[in-house]
Design a protein around this ligand. Structure first.
Ligand SMILES: Cc1cc2nc3c(=O)[nH]c(=O)nc-3n(C[C@H](O)[C@H](O)[C@H](O)COP(=O)(O)O)c2cc1C
Length: 185
């Protein structure tokens, strides 16, 4: 079994999820940053493809989405998994996942995941800080801009379950309630 993981990440959260998945998956795994390494990607010999990216103002990285659109035919012949990282939870996150990838591919996915985020306010580029300040009321972002610590909603259990599904394990439905508040690291 060979799996190719394609990710797009600005501050490293989606990259970390891709690397965590790579460790949990059985068989050979190749991981590519789709923005900078798309030329190296060869789908012809893989059985599974996982695409994962972070959400910025409601959208995943354009290069990742475009790749999925342009390669939809080839992708649809593989076992597929899709994930997003972001602050949103619940219904909004479900909408973001649906917007991120083509419907046709999502509907045949073996696994989908909404993994959460790690926010490190101190590391944000000036432009991103400005955007957050502009939209923080709508997105309830104040808690991420105050205080010194990092905030994490990243859910390792969801990553493990996603990997187990891609590995073909049958899982009981999770009974754990969704985390409502981010934890301070
Ligand atoms: C400018 C900006 C806009 C963002 N917009 C959204 C958004 O629309 N929805 C969301 O769920 N998260 C949003 N986020 C949070 C990021 O998706 C989150 O921090 C993500 O984990 C970053 O992942 P990365 O390190 O892989 O780029 C935004 C963050 C920034 C800095």
């Amino acid at each position: 079994m060979k799996t190719v993981i394609l990710y797009a990440s600005r501050y490293g959260t989606a990259r970390q999820c891709a690397q965590d998945l790579a460790k949990l998956l059985e068989g050979e795994v190749e991981v590519f940053d789709i923005e900078h390494e798309s030329r190296k990607v060869n789908l012809s010999e893989c059985d599974q493809v996982i695409c994962g990216g972070s959400v910025y103002i409601g959208s995943v990285n354009a290069a990742l989405r475009q790749y999925c659109i342009h390669r939809a035919e080839e992708l649809s012949s593989k076992r597929l998994g899709f994930f997003i990282c972001g602050l949103s939870q619940g219904e909004q996150a479900e909408k973001d996942l649906k917007n991120a990838y083509p419907d046709r591919l999502l509907s045949q996915a073996a696994a989908t995941g909404i993994f959460g985020t790690v926010m490190r306010p101190g590391r944000l580029h000036v432009f991103d800080k400005l955007i957050i300040k502009m939209v923080r009321k709508q997105m309830e972002l104040d808690r991420y801009l105050t205080g010194e610590g990092n905030y994490s909603t990243l859910d390792q259990e969801k990553i493990r379950r996603f990997a187990a599904k891609m590995n073909g394990e049958s899982l009981p439905e999770s009974v754990a309630p969704e985390a409502e508040q981010p934890e301070k690291e």
